[in-house]
Design a binder for this molecule. Sequence first.
Ligand code: SIN
Length: 349
Amino acid sequence: MRTFALISLFICSGVLAAFVFGFDLRDTVQTLEYDDEQEGLEDQVVIKFSHVTSEHTPKGLAARKFAELVEERTNGTVSVEIYANGALYNDQDEQQALKENRVQMIAPATSKLTSEYPGFQILDLPYAFSSYEEVRKAYEGTIGRTLLAELNKSEMRGMGFWYNGFKQMTSTSESLLHPSDFERMHFRRMPSPVIERQFQALDASTSLLPFNKTYENLHVEFINGQENTTSNIYTKKLYETQDHLTISNHGYLGYIVLTNETFWKNLSDEQREIIETSMEDATEWIRRHSIETNDAHLRELKRTDSISIHYLNQEQQNIWRQALEPVYIETEAFVGRELMQELDQITDQ
Ligand code: SIN
């Protein structure tokens, strides 16, 4: 009440002063609206960056790092607005939104490009990579360059690959230690034919579901298992609906950062250069931090006590690898012999 009375008094004195001294209140209002920081706003470039994970995941952290670098290096003339957790667009519509320039950047899991760009299937092969270094070689070497080139013929321009981590399996009631444990189970999967074949090879059925629908579908028991990194399992609280987590490291989940081609072409050379170097620096930063982020989330999962955690030993892992071998033969037809040979070279070194 007291504040209201003070404000009213302030306004009334303003009106009285205008009346007595004869100055025009509209000028005062215009002057008050003026703000140095607003100058040049019409020249500011805004990059709307939409993604589906939490801000605390490798992708969320990388997006924030990228935004900080771009804003700092352009003195704020390019700003990056981040929309995490699918707040703006989700798996189903983010690629279309990017193509129509409703957002200027997205970073879908590489698996989500496989239907339009079959070459990306190579990155989903089970046990394709057994170390982070092998993933880096694939992203930075011939495989990464070939996939980016394939993409750059479209309205979506590939900016680079971002790192998350190795995928683990979670399940309701039965723990997953042997391929036979998958029989008759129903898993959520991403839209990648390789991932579909992976579960088929284990005699499990699947439903293609968006990331942000996983929790509720586990909760109502439409599905009783899913695969993801520990950071996604923790931050999306998937562990609340699951009894078991198997540390299988059976596949790698990473991202392709995409921008709209027309938006890109309309930037100045200087803006493009700053955005590119900021992307490279943010990529290198998340390459190093993604491992500790997933480790930290695994520790949190252990602390919750609500999910039993199982580690596959070497012998169990070999049995999983054997069961998943047929997926390689089926995938070569989509990916091509050359890329498969590239993968062999990386993993044989
Ligand atoms: C993501 O990390 O972007 C989501 C991955 C998923 O759909 O499981």
